[in-house]
Design a protein around this ligand. Structure first.
Ligand SMILES: *Cc1c(COP(=O)(O)O)cnc(C)c1O
Length: 388
């Protein structure tokens, strides 16, 4: 299916709504039936028709169809945010006594789920360095039910060989789950590489304007149906029609935004690499990246996020650099129109700052839609401390 078709046409039956180009926001909680028999039929399968918007809603359905197609998946569910999609996808596949193998340093709320929530139900998790397949082989136990991946991860960009992990997991009857937020399905399609469930936050690149949250979980029709019938309806974390409409709007420009951000990221990366005060940059599609070969093999692109170590030994210097930025804002999240920066030292108290621990001197930049020269000028004046 053509990308342009998916984004501009798929799922949009415009004759049903006055041939309007933009889809309607069907802002309703419930749907009426004419006869008892119609109602009875609807109750038989809540996924097949419109009954109540905690389940299926027409505006959300348009988005679902597009997002599943982008992932190359049979079906998907759209959640109110990415964390909810992680929760449902993981929770649906484990029970008391089960074991999970997860890559180290997963997204913070995935880690919270593994460390704080699931142990209450007798479910344990082993974290591994996912850069080698042997580490997966060694960590798998007879009760391992799920392998949790995040490739690349959004700070260090560690990758996993997705086809190899999928093959290993399949031979052991283990479900594979990936957080694909960094790449989006435009730059990586894990389901086509054999991964069972692909999750992405829609809050970042899909929405693209820092004005709504969303999360996507894609997989086989059978897996998605199982999650819909249980975790999705039970927890009630599906997206609201208006937010789904916002994401549909974001989706229209996703390829254009990713193209531009990817090009700008390359320019900003080159500049950072030329700066003596920048000790080292980390970007998955940089030839100097440790897993560059694997990244080039399984990813079609990379955009936005760059991590770097700064050559400053006092925390006040790093704070000065960040505080002097005039256009690049300090905020969590990424994927919007606006460039952002986060210094790791913001989660370390000043007294505990240790320049010998390189991670304390690490920053993560997100390159947005601004002109790259505008961003470089801002970075330069903040680095030198002179107004540029
Ligand atoms: C933001 C993020 C999430 C969570 O998404 P929300 O929509 O904020 O719940 C999950 N994984 C990664 C890598 C993220 O950056």
């Amino acid at each position: 299916m053509d990308l342009s078709y998916i984004i501009n046409e798929l799922g949009e039956e415009r004759h049903q709504y006055f041939n309007a180009i933009a889809p309607p926001i069907i802002q309703t909680s419930n749907f009426a039936f004419d006869t008892v028999d119609d109602l009875r039929n609807a109750f038989r399968d809540e996924m097949a028709g419109y009954i109540y918007s905690r389940g299926i809603n027409p505006t959300v359905d348009i988005l679902r169809e597009k997002l599943a197609a982008l992932d190359g998946a049979e079906d998907c569910l759209v959640f109110n945010n990415g964390a909810a999609a992680i929760f449902a996808g993981v929770f649906a596949h484990v029970k008391t006594g089960d074991h999970i193998v997860s890559v180290q340093h997963p997204y913070s709320w995935a880690a919270h789920l593994f460390d704080k929530v699931l142990p209450r139900f007798g479910i344990s998790t082993t974290y591994i360095d996912g850069t080698s397949i042997e580490n997966f082989e060694r960590a798998i136990l007879p009760n391992t039910r799920l392998i949790y991946l995040e490739s690349p991860n959004s700070w260090f960009f560690d990758l996993q060989d997705l086809s190899a992990v999928a093959e290993l997991a399949r031979s052991e009857g283990i479900v594979t789950f990936i957080d694909n937020s960094y790449c989006t399905p435009l730059y990586q399609q894990p389901i086509k590489m054999g991964i069972d469930l692909a999750m992405q936050t829609a809050t970042k690149f899909i929405g693209g304007h820092s004005d709504t949250l969303g999360g996507v979980l894609s997989g086989s029709g059978e897996m998605i149906r199982k999650i819909f019938d249980s975790e999705f309806l039970c927890v009630g974390s599906g997206i609201q029609p208006f937010n789904a409409w916002m994401l549909l709007r974001g989706l229209r420009t996703l390829p254009a935004r990713l193209n531009q951000i990817s090009a700008s990221t390359g320019k900003v990366l080159d500049w950072l690499k030329s700066e003596p005060k920048i000790e080292e940059t980390i970007f998955p599609l940089d030839p100097g990246f440790a897993q560059y070969e694997l990244a080039s093999k399984q990813m079609k692109g990379a955009a936005g996020l760059i991590s770097f170590y700064i050559n400053m030994n006092r925390v006040e210097e790093i704070e000065g650099f960040c505080n002097r930025l005039k256009h690049i804002r300090m905020a969590v999240s990424w994927g919007g129109h606006e460039s952002l920066i986060i210094p790791r030292c913001s989660s370390v108290s000043r007294e505990n700052f240790n320049p010998d621990d390189r991670t304390h001197r690490m920053l993560r930049l997100y390159v947005g839609l601004e002109d790259p020269e505008y961003l470089i000028t801002d970075l330069r004046q903040a680095l030198t401390g002179e107004n540029g």
